[in-house]
Design a protein around this ligand. Structure first.
Ligand SMILES: Nc1ncnc2c1ncn2[C@@H]1O[C@H](COP(=O)(O)OP(=O)(O)O)[C@@H](O)[C@H]1O
Ligand SMILES: [Mg+2]
Length: 310
């Protein structure tokens, strides 16, 4: 049985003569944090964008498991892919892509308002997330009035506020110094895997990757260094060998209504435990530790650990 939240098979993508993806198989389990590494041009961003329904692969399949059924991301039309991205996925980019004219709280609230949440409720949730990420008191600052690390935490809050079960982050610490990078990475893990969510992250930084539960490496559009070339979790979380069939049917028609994630999480001030700002730690920080070596949150026990932080 394939228990992946995301399962990709045979992904290829070409831009003119340039092969960006040359046949990628990848399984991602709920609650995992997966780092995608590789040289510039190796296809990292293309892979992430394909998984997230931003670009359509030329061939191959991407199955996204939701509590109400499996969604074939590669087969959705643009309108449904846009809806999927808005409702089920969160995004954090290197530069945050925040709106400079808006305040911190407005930048976060807008993600909920796009889904129809009224402004007051959206801003209440947004403020709770900002506080949870150590930004209490900075709600009304514009983005230009925040440091790079603070702005990235606003972007993280925006990616979480809708309750998205999967967060995609492309070089989220790429523009930060190493200390701020460690701080932002802690906040990102706390907000995602710490809440039982799944994080897919592209990074050039081995220190950042080491804090994820797993690293896959791309070269020339392929996953390298994995037996069989399949980006599957290693035992005991092994769920696929590359032969796992991808469900052919989208059922039910996506999406019939709000996904349960949204029903459960929208508008809830979460997480329960605020993100603990790293208190004046001596620099340099302790060497990065591998992110919890134990079972994935929510998988073995069904319990989502609050405040799980590496
Ligand atoms: N929109 C595009 N148009 C043309 N070529 C592209 C486009 N996006 C990516 N590529 C090319 O595809 C290859 C993989 O790019 P990308 O996925 O961005 O790599 P990475 O993120 O690992 O640097 C590169 O050779 C890049 O130049
Ligand atoms: Mg890239």
């Amino acid at each position: 049985m394939n228990t992946s939240i995301l399962s990709a098979r045979g992904l290829t993508k070409q831009y003119g003569p340039t092969v960006a993806l040359a046949g990628v198989d990848l399984d991602i389990l709920p609650g995992e944090s997966v780092a995608i590494m590789g040289a510039s041009g190796s296809g990292k961003t293309t892979l992430m964008h394909a998984l997230a329904g931003i670009v359509t692969p030329d061939t191959g399949s991407i199955a996204f498991s939701t509590p109400t059924g499996v969604v074939r991301v590669d087969q959705l039309d643009e309108r449904h892919r846009s809806q999927l991205r808005r409702e089920s996925f969160g995004f954090v980019f290197q530069q945050g892509l925040l709106i400079p004219e808006l305040t911190a709280v407005e930048n976060v609230a807008i993600a909920l308002m796009l889904g129809g949440t009224p402004r007051i409720a959206a801003e209440t949730s947004a403020a709770a997330w900002l506080a949870a990420l150590g930004l209490a008191g900075m709600e009304t600052r514009r983005i230009g009035e925040l440091s790079g690390g603070q702005a990235q935490r606003v972007a993280i809050a925006r990616a979480q506020v809708t309750g998205a079960p999967i967060v995609f982050a492309d070089e989220p610490t790429g523009a930060l110094d190493s200390r701020t990078s460690a701080d932002v990475m802690g906040a990102l893990l706390h907000a995602t895997t710490g809440q039982g969510r799944t994080l897919v992250l592209v990074t050039h930084d081995e220190t950042v990757a080491a804090r994820c539960s797993r690293t896959i490496r791309l070269a020339d559009g392929r996953i390298v260094g994995q037996p069989g070339g399949v980006g599957a979790p290693t035992p005991p979380q092994q769920v696929a060998t590359g032969q796992a069939p991808v469900p052919q049917q989208v059922q039910p028609p996506f999406p019939p209504q709000q996904l349960p994630y949204q029903q459960q999480h929208a508008g809830q001030p979460f997480p329960q435990q605020p993100y603990a700002q790293p208190a004046a730690q001596p620099y340099p920080q302790p060497a990065a530790q591998p992110y919890p070596p134990q079972a994935h949150p929510g998988q073995a026990t069904g319990v989502v650990p609050n405040g799980a932080r590496p």
